[in-house]
Design a protein around this ligand. Structure first.
Ligand code: XMP
Length: 509
């Protein structure tokens, strides 16, 4: 395994994903990880990440310098490189010239970590400080116009430093450089596959659960679905999934979940029809945050009641992913300001005195999809676009009523149909319809109409943190609008949302 020390760079998760794409397992840990724990992990190599701080800043992150005595190869990236140089006796200085963006990189020494890299290549820079003097035993191995020490190494000790970011695509041969570090320098084996992960995870779940029973909240999304299959493999009938139909799901969604999990996989499934409770509590509520809170609380209440009736359950399983774990403990930047309170069931296990099992907590989303495929989950579920917990309730602006729900569901079916038929479903991060509470005048046949406006939202994104509106072909948009207006009663106008995130958000509420 490779240990990545998190100095707070926005690219950390990308480094980890790149390493894993090479089938090498890696873990991201905060800088205060004790040296003993590092020894126990027995990493083949350590990557010191970049970060926003300057090493001379008070309180800038530091890792135990003992890592340089372990005989393990170290690769420092940006801040990580400066940290290494400084600790080992070199000099780093602030400069008022920040270097940001593309730079032409000239490789001076084509061996080792630069094996197979072109002499003139490009890299992506993002730094203020730069290296003035290297520690004894180091030599500079690459330069850019502005940075005489763009890369350096002490080949004997196997310490390497890049002032640029090899993990971003703009560094043209960055993948190759990481590959050299992993296999030429660290001598890693390509042993990280979802097949091996599934095998180990099943073993681990079995030893954790013993003869106990497990409950899992199934939403139909890819994370909880994959978690369910994995747990089912591990403990069979001692797993009970609970699915709460809150009435604000997409058309046919609840039935599909029943079909796949109960009929196809024969997994024990408690299916709770709770539409009435949810809609009753949402009556008259227009404020988005109140809607979220009501739906979140009602879900927990129902789930808790259901779970209590499952005799002998001692474990609660959740499909938490690695980014949630990393972000929730990140020492830098802190939790980002709450813009929308996403409901989660974080407090549930403690309240219910259940032990938590999170079998996917070391995986990234793309790995969960691969695992899903490994476990035989249908493609349609593996590639399902994300769907928010409060569901269609936050896509009906204003009050949620049965009638509005029915309009939105019908329009949404048409939208999904057309998007899929045009081959866009997988290319889009999300695509959905939003029902607006305003009416406009139209003309149908010879009659004046006065009906709802429906907005179409389709975005591309990698992680939902930023998103761009999708440049869907005009004829596709035209078809969608045409069908919705003709087939859905109550809508006489369709508009397309062309805002990106930021400054807008993906959902309208
Ligand atoms: P925004 O609208 O904040 O959405 O740009 C980012 C991503 O989060 C999803 N989302 C939610 N998911 N509960 C959820 O489980 C929520 O309350 C919620 N609000 C937004 C949204 O669909 C997008 O993928």
């Amino acid at each position: 395994m490779i240990l990545i020390i998190d100095f707070g760079s926005q690219y950390n998760q990308l480094i980890a994903r790149r390493v894993r794409e090479h089938h090498v397992y890696c873990q991201i840990e905060p800088p205060d990880i004790p040296l003993d724990q590092i020894r126990t992990l027995q990493p083949e190599g350590i990557i010191l990440s970049g970060g926003p701080a300057s090493i001379y800043e008070k309180g800038s992150p530091k890792v135990d310098p003992g890592i340089f005595e372990l005989g393990i190869p170290v690769l420092g990236i940006c801040y990580g490189m400066q940290y290494m140089v400084n600790i080992l006796g070199g000099a780093v200085a602030g400069s008022n010239k920040r270097e940001y963006g593309f730079a032409a990189l000239t490789v001076k020494d084509g061996g080792g970590i630069f094996r197979g890299i072109e002499k003139e290549t490009t890299c992506w820079m993002s730094h203020g400080d730069s290296i003035q003097a290297l520690p004894a035993g180091f030599q500079a191995t690459a330069v850019t116009d502005n940075t005489p020490v763009a890369a350096a190494e002490n080949r004997e000790k196997r310490f390497y430093g890049f002032q640029f970011h090899p993990e971003v695509v703009h560094t043209r041969e960055g993948m190759r450089m990481l590959e050299n570090f992993l296999f030429r320098v660290c001598r890693c084996e390509k042993s990280w596959t979802m097949e091996s992960f599934a095998r180990d995870a099943v073993e681990e779940i079995r030893s954790q659960v013993g003869s106990g029973r497990v409950i899992l909240g199934l939403s139909g999304g890819v994370d909880s679905s994959v978690a369910a299959l994995l747990l089912h493999q591990a403990v069979g009938d001692r797993l009970t999934c609970v699915f709460v139909d809150n009435g604000v799901l997409r058309e046919g969604e609840a039935e599909k979940v029943q079909d796949v999990f109960r009929k196809h996989y024969r997994i024990r499934l408690r299916f709770v029809r709770a539409k009435k409770v949810f809609l009753d509590r949402l009556k008259g509520v227009a404020d988005p945050e109140r809607k979220r809170k009501i739906i979140g609380r009602t879900f927990i209440e129902i789930f808790e009641k259901e779970a209590k009736s499952i005799k002998g359950a001692a474990f609660l399983a959740q499909g938490t992913l690695y980014p949630d774990i990393i972000e929730s403990r990140s020492a830098f930047g802190g939790p980002s300001a709450v813009i929308k309170s996403h409901h989660n069931v974080g407090g549930l296990p403690r309240r219910m005195r259940l032990k938590l099992i999170e079998p996917l907590k070391h995986l990234f989303k793309d790995e969960v999809r691969l695992l899903g495929r490994e476990l035989g989950l249908p493609d349609e579920m593996i590639w399902r676009q994300p769907f928010p917990g409060p569901g269609l309730a936050i896509r009906i602006i204003g009050e949620v009523t049965d009638r509005r729900l029915s309009i939105l569901k019908k329009a949404d079916v048409i939208l999904q149909d057309e998007i899929r038929a045009a081959g866009y479903y997988r290319k889009l991060w999300q695509s959905f319809a939003v029902l607006l509470p305003i009416k406009s005048v139209g003309i149908m046949g010879d009659r004046r109409t006065y009906e709802h406006i429906l907005a179409i939202r389709a975005v591309t994104s990698d992680d939902a943190m930023t998103a761009d509106w999708a440049k869907l072909p005009h004829d596709l948009l035209g078809r969608i609008a045409n069908r919705i207006i003709n087939e859905v009663r109550g809508v006489n106008r369709v508009v397309y949302d062309i805002s990106s995130k930021p400054p807008s958000t993906i959902e309208w509420e």
